[in-house]
Design a protein around this ligand. Structure first.
Ligand code: FES
Ligand SMILES: [Fe+2]
Length: 379
């Protein structure tokens, strides 16, 4: 974040505090329960949002070195990421071109070629077809150059490997990320490494998990036994950055700090959360970043990945293992409160009643997020 933005946001938050008001949207908004439980709606979101927008399938560090590979799944598609011997990252559908067998079963590793366990067709780490037993007898009329793995659009940015499953429309990768690129560069996100990871299976719609991070209204209530006491009561603001959002929730320490001090940093006195639309959140903390991904599995089910990212040099300190483990445990304990709430809401939603939830004026970031979802669905 630029210095002037950091100071501007601090000023805005303190003015809001003095006025005893959060940033307010235009009015109350309603959101139908059906948006969180409808299978049709979920299938639409899968096709028009998850498959159409770039997703950070892996941290670049998980695909380090020539011939590294890893397997993943996103939006219902089995994926294979690889790095060729030139160091370039690739993404493919993890399916053999012969009869569709899952090509790679191992989670991760390092190989020079991928060999299908069914009839041994083999492929290079760049996805090109290499060989098949009895090829000339059975497949002579096929062009080997056309038999490579199905390739997906793949780019490395900010230290992550981004994959777009359906890149048939004209969404430009760099344009999509341009509104947050300066902030991410200033935060040196690309230099961070994954130090801890937790994977959870949450019985709630992915949007509920995103929405939980976009308002401060619940902090003093739902987080009263954990982080609530450190934050201002129902005080937050947010900015729309393209399709993404930056949400800022001040701690009580902001009002007590000298902002003219050159050492002043907003992130020491606020939770700064970036929602990379649609479902990736980066929660910026004083000495690390929490990377949260809400990977949709079904209308009422989400795989939640929570990773702590830390500067590489901070992993070399003597107590690094214990320090980051403890940090991650505290993060997960607080987030568990949000996840339990999302599951509680989902149970209400699943009851099948024709009802809507209500977003108050200080919850307007939720309305903005849902408007973006609706815009994507409308095409
Ligand atoms: S399905 Fe892969 S070699 Fe036959
Ligand atoms: Fe929360």
């Amino acid at each position: 974040m630029k210095r002037q933005d950091e100071l501007g946001l601090s000023e805005e938050l303190l003015q809001l505090k003095n006025a005893n008001s959060a940033f307010l949207g235009d009015g109350v908004a309603l959101q139908s329960y059906d948006h969180y439980r409808s299978d049709k709606r979920f299938a639409d979101e899968n096709n028009k949002i998850f498959r159409r927008l770039p997703h950070a399938v892996a941290h670049s560090g998980a695909l380090a070195g020539s011939n590294a590979f890893l397997r993943a799944e996103y939006a219902g598609v089995p994926l294979l990421l690889s790095r060729d011997d030139q160091g370039r990252a690739h993404a493919f559908v993890n399916a053999c071109r012969h009869r569709g067998m899952q090509l790679v079963e191992k989670q991760a590793g390092c190989v020079k070629r991928f060999t299908c366990p069914y009839h041994a067709w083999s492929y290079g780490t760049d996805g090109g077809f290499m060989a098949a037993p009895h090829f000339d007898q059975g497949f002579a009329e096929l062009d080997k150059a056309e038999l490579g793995l199905r390739r997906l659009e793949c780019a490395e940015r900010f230290g992550f490997v981004w994959v777009t499953i359906d890149s048939s429309d004209d969404l430009q990768f760099d344009e999509h990320f341009a509104p947050i690129a300066d902030d991410f560069e200033a935060l040196k996100i690309a230099g961070l490494v994954v130090v801890e990871e937790t994977v959870l299976d949450i019985k709630a719609n992915w949007k509920l998990l995103v929405e939980g991070g976009l308002e401060a209204y619940h902090f003093k209530v739902a987080h009263r036994n954990t982080i609530g006491p450190f934050f201002e009561n129902n005080l937050s603001t947010f900015q729309v950055l393209g399709e993404h959002l930056r949400s800022v929730l001040p701690r009580t320490s902001l009002a007590e700090t000298d902002r003219t001090d050159a050492a002043f940093r907003l992130l020491d006195h606020a939770n700064i959360l970036y929602l990379m639309f649609p479902n990736t959140q980066f929660l910026v903390q004083q000495d690390h970043v929490v990377w949260i991904q809400a990977n949709p599995r079904a209308a009422g089910r989400t795989e939640l990945r929570v990773r702590t990212l830390a500067p590489a040099e901070a992993t070399e300190r003597e107590d690094a293992g214990a320090y980051w483990e403890k940090n991650h445990r505290i993060t997960c304990a607080t987030l568990a409160e949000d996840f339990a709430i999302a599951e509680g809401i989902q149970r209400s939603v699943n009851a099948g009643l024709d009802q809507s939830m209500i977003f108050g004026r200080f919850e307007s970031a939720l309305g903005v997020f849902n408007d973006t979802v609706k815009r994507c669905l409308a095409g």
